[in-house]
Design a protein around this ligand. Structure first.
Ligand code: SF4
Length: 452
């Protein structure tokens, strides 16, 4: 990370999802202050929300702006600059600067009302990122016992449907081909909104994620939409029906369902809202709807307080029983202010056991991924080309991602953001699909709007 040594104000956006994220943020602030002692440091983000006083006590920190006040951060930063440095600023920043100036001595800006937090609406275009994330939801009202997000980001809020449609239309007009809908708890999109008014419908649709996706397909010409992580129980029948209808054409056959644990007892201690059998039922329902080419991924947490060998074995067994394409594995990290912080004090899992379990799941995840990818050798699949990293380009190959979320190395140099058909010839040394462009087949370029 670059450290601005000449800046008047340094804004540090922090994460607090693990103890390691906190440590990295503190180290960055200390280094920024050491290299540029005159700079006024503004700390924002999740750590600023979770423990503002801790950060306010650090040398060089002039303001701590929690997520509850993040919309004011530009104005607060401007107020800390030397007047001669100020340039004409946007309307939003001017408004925030006025609000921030009303309390010039304030160092800590954080509360649990989240009245000054917002979902940013900046037009996405295909640029450095071929497949950008469109964040349409923020915060979470669940209370998983290990998670600080409800404290650090507040309750669920959604970008209104009209704003989402504007964004998607703008992205398509700029030549975009694949967009990822994302959020902290994406399946909760719309819970805080009134019903969607749809140009073609007599009555407004309920503000649900499934209704929003139907509207995107009806009113825009977006070629491919991908959904980021969705909680298992938020995959309702409407969303699953969309995969049956559009999976493999306009909706990517890719479902990421956080699992966390395959043990009923551990899931209860985590305060997760499903049992292992519910999770397995959802995965099977998704596979029935989208077909066997669906890539299913999951997050798994290892070493939750009190996790016994037998409970860990239940997780391994559930993972073995389901056709995962990939797993994201995390060791449990105790977060102050959560219920699991106290559980950890009572029944911590020894770090040697956590390391051993992580290693075992890494092996299992690698086997699952390889088995899944090998199924596609000899087959032709849709993909989108990406920006190719230098080492691969030097070998005369291009990076791509299949519609069902498998990384590909294509023979030949291709620019990013092309929708292509690839013929899979094997696996590369790194485990990606090795492929050629399939000249025998040409994918349809773009659907027309209103055709869904
Ligand atoms: S659903 Fe996700 S974001 Fe919400 S509390 Fe649970 S882990 Fe945290």
């Amino acid at each position: 990370m670059q450290l601005p040594t000449e800046a008047d104000v340094v804004v540090v956006n922090t994460c607090s999802v693990t103890a390691e994220a906190d440590r990295a943020a503190r180290a960055f602030i200390r280094r920024a202050h050491r290299l540029n002692p005159l700079a006024r440091i503004v700390v924002t983000g999740c750590y600023a929300q979770r423990a503002p006083d801790e950060l306010a006590a650090m040398a060089g920190v002039a303001a701590v702006v929690g997520n509850s006040h993040k919309a004011l951060a530009p104005g607060i930063a401007l107020n800390l600059m030397r007047p001669q440095v100020l340039q004409p600023v946007s309307e939003l920043i001017q408004i925030n600067a006025v609000q921030a100036a009303s309390a010039p001595q304030q160092v800590v800006w954080a509360d649990d009302l989240f009245a000054h937090s917002f979902l940013e609406e900046t037009q996405l275009v295909p640029g450095l990122q071929t497949r950008p994330n469109l964040k349409i939801q923020e915060g979470c009202g669940n209370r998983c016992s290990f998670c600080v997000i409800p404290q650090t980001r507040g309750p669920s809020k959604s970008l209104p449907g009209a704003a989402v449609l504007r964004q998607v239309e703008g992205f398509v007009a700029a030549g975009g081909n694949e967009l990822v809908l994302s959020g902290i708890n994406l399946g909760r999109w719309g819970c805080d909104l009134t019903p969607l008014s749809d140009a073609g419908a007599r009555t407004p649709s309920p503000a649900t994620l499934a209704a929003l996706i139907r509207q995107i397909f009806r009113q825009t010409a977006l070629p491919r939409l991908r959904l980021s992580s969705i909680e298992p129980m938020d995959w309702d029948s409407e969303l699953i029906a969309l995969l049956a209808e559009f999976g493999g054409t306009r909706l990517a056959r890719h479902a990421h369902l956080p699992l966390q644990s395959g043990s009923d007892a551990v899931l209860r201690r985590m305060h997760r809202r499903y049992r292992p059998w519910h999770y397995a039922e959802k995965v099977h329902a998704l596979l029935r709807a989208a077909g066997p080419d669906l890539t299913v991924g999951a997050d798994v947490m290892v070493g939750f307080p009190g996790e016994t060998d037998a409970e860990f074995e239940e997780t391994s067994a559930l993972i073995r029983s389901l056709p995962f394409g990939y797993l994201h594995l995390f060791p449990f990290s105790p977060r102050p202010g959560t219920r699991a912080w106290a559980f950890h004090a009572e029944r911590p899992v020894a770090s040697a056991a956590v390391d051993e379990r992580m290693a075992a799941l890494r092996v299992l995840a690698a086997e699952k991924s390889k088995t899944n990818r090998m199924r596609f050798v000899g087959r032709s699949i849709d993909a989108i080309t990406l920006h190719t990293q230098a080492d691969l380009a030097a070998l005369g190959r291009s990076s791509a991602l299949t519609e069902n979320f498998l990384p590909v190395e294509i023979e030949g140099k291709l620019p990013p953001n092309r929708l292509v058909k690839v013929l899979v010839t094997g696996l590369s040394r790194e485990g990606r699909l090795a492929a050629q462009t399939d000249l025998a087949e040409r994918p349809d370029r773009r659907p027309s709007a209103f055709s869904a």
